[in-house]
Write a protein that binds this ligand. Structure first.
Ligand code: FNR
Length: 365
């Protein structure tokens, strides 16, 4: 199917489902437990309504924004997601190309098929951040930080909402499916690692041994003190944690519930955004992901104080449908929808998007 006929992210989702194997589809779309948080991420956006301002000169609009010092053409970037080869053979290199072609940022996951270096080579001018895992051995972390810095990544993302990895689930998956586990994870292994054949039991046991589960603030502080790059904490839902992060000198507070894939029963990200923005008090940038599917969602999140939003699954839908071009198309749709929603809301530039543009439906009750 020609993806040029697809005009919404919902259409991309349907097309991607047809294109991917049952296993890949269930891995990408799987919500945690009953899927309450996953569903609520979407539903919550719909509970906020827009109150447009009219008769403002919106004939020319500028959607650009600066995020951690990098200028992006619009405030939608790509969240870190694992194993892109499930969606397309060119994997993360293609995703990075798609993001760079739209002049926006991508966060590369540690659980990727392409190395930091391959992704940098694929999109040398793209804005790239790196999601670093916590390891027991800080020497390993230091070496990975140096690789990211050397390859032009401009921020380090620490995902803090996943204190435990379900290695047993991974081992079970390995029994039935060849992917994503026959992958050497080049952003986890170091050259001198003796980690066994990718996908082997030895390989997984090694992984379990080196990854540090249940990281703490002390680990975050160590990363902060051992890189010259700004650090972003991803997975923040509590105002207290946001405040503690800012007090530690963290540059970006990334509000996320992991797309509803980890703990179920968490609030929708858009519902906790205001509290977090208040706690941060302008001392760090605030981002959000989870259920962003339309330009209207983007505008609502920005009105409530996010500087930029991220998309997880939709980028993989684009990748599955049409590689780098599919990723570009998904981003273009969001950019165009945001642009139109801005015009209809009386906003010529991103700084015109103010809290008064949005009202929660409970206001009417
Ligand atoms: C993820 N997510 C994720 N997060 C992270 O910090 N590191 C990771 O490696 C992954 N891997 C991953 C794989 C897949 C297949 C998905 C769908 C998600 C979570 C991701 O960064 C993001 O928080 C959510 O995907 C955002 O929600 P939406 O946009 O998918 O609704």
């Amino acid at each position: 199917m020609a993806t040029t006929t697809l005009t919404t992210l919902a259409e991309f989702e349907k097309a991607a489902r047809q294109k991917t194997s049952e296993f890949a589809w269930s891995y990408v779309s799987r919500p945690g437990k009953d899927g309450q948080t996953h569903t609520d991420n979407r539903q919550a956006f719909k509970r906020y309504r827009l109150i447009p301002r009219n008769l403002r000169d919106v004939y020319i609009r500028d959607t650009s924004v600066t995020v951690l010092g990098s200028k992006l053409d619009f405030p939608v970037a790509i969240a870190p997601t694992a194993v892109h080869k499930l969606a397309h053979p060119d994997a993360e290199a293609a995703t990075a190309k798609g993001a760079a072609s739209m002049n926006t940022a991508m966060v590369l996951s540690s659980w990727s098929h392409c190395s930091l270096e391959q992704v940098a080579a694929a999109a040398p001018r793209g804005v790239r951040w790196f999601y670093l895992l916590f390891y027991r051995d800080r020497g390993r972390m230091k070496r990975l930080l140096e690789r990211a810095e050397g390859e032009g990544y401009t921020a380090i993302v620490l995902t803090v909402d996943q204190p435990l990895f379900n290695f047993d689930r991974i081992i079970n998956m390995r029994r039935t499916e060849p992917l994503p586990l026959q992958v050497s994870f080049p952003n986890i292994w170091l050259d001198d690692d003796a980690h066994g054949q990718p996908g082997s039991a030895e390989h997984l046991a090694y992984l379990k041994k080196i990854v540090k589960e249940a990281a703490t603030w002390e680990d975050v502080e160590w990363v902060k003190n051992n890189t010259r790059l700004p650090v972003v904490l991803k997975g923040i839902l509590s105002a207290e944690d946001a405040r503690a992060a800012v007090d530690l000198g963290i540059s970006g507070i990334y509000v996320s519930n992991h797309g509803g894939r980890q703990q179920d029963g968490l609030p929708a990200t858009i519902d906790v955004l205001t509290n977090i923005v208040r706690a941060v008090g302008g001392e760090a940038e605030v981002y959000l992901d989870g259920g962003v599917r339309t330009g209207t969602d983007v505008l609502k999140a920005l009105a409530l104080g996010a500087r930029c939003v991220f998309i997880g699954r939709p980028a993989l839908w684009g990748l599955a449908c049409n590689g780098a071009e599919g990723v570009q198309q998904v981003l273009q749709i969001l950019k165009d929808e945001l642009n139109l929603t801005m015009a209809r809301s009386g906003c010529a530039k991103i700084s015109d998007i103010q809290p008064s543009l949005v009202v929660h439906e409970s206001y009417y009750l």
